[in-house]
Design a protein around this ligand. Structure first.
Ligand code: 5GP
Length: 132
């Protein structure tokens, strides 16, 4: 079981941003910017491009809805999307609110937010997602 499967199962806590029957979105624990969100399939697949065509398409459509909620909650120029997967072997999309190109630099120092700030951040995104 991957760490993300354990998060989806509720065994490990997470800051939930959105969910449907096939996908789960939650805050990245080491955010590049406030609102940095991970979108993961509930199905355990390692490599993003190993998802079958329908699941891949559905995941991007779900990510689109999360990105819209994210931008509503945290106004930004654009929401950036990236797929790395070098650390966690469970397919995921990073969604990062962007004001500049540097906001998507994965080597830069991560934001330090308190648990209260993380919870408030997730609550704002979830409220925007549910209000869509
Ligand atoms: P990648 O696999 O795309 O290179 O990076 C994995 C991402 O997942 C990283 O940005 C890391 O901060 C995040 N991450 C790793 N473990 C956890 C976790 O237990 N909880 C949360 N919320 N994020 C995690």
């Amino acid at each position: 079981m991957t760490i993300f499967s354990r998060i989806i199962a509720g065994e490990i806590p997470s800051y939930k941003c959105a969910e449907n029957d096939k996908f789960y979105a939650f805050l990245d624990i080491n955010p590049l910017a406030q609102g940095h969100t991970l979108v993961v399939p509930k199905q355990e697949v390692d490599y993003f491009f190993d998802l079958d065509d329908n699941d891949l398409a559905d995941m991007v459509v779900f990510a689109k809805k999360v990105a819209k909620a994210l931008r509503t909650a945290f106004p930004c120029r654009k929401v950036g999307m990236a797929v790395l997967g070098l650390e966690v072997n469970h397919a995921h999309i990073h969604l990062v609110p962007l004001q500049s190109e540097g906001d998507m630099d994965f080597r830069r120092a991560k934001l330090q937010l308190t648990p209260e700030q993380m919870q408030q951040t997730a609550d704002r995104i979830l409220a925007a997602y549910e209000a869509r």
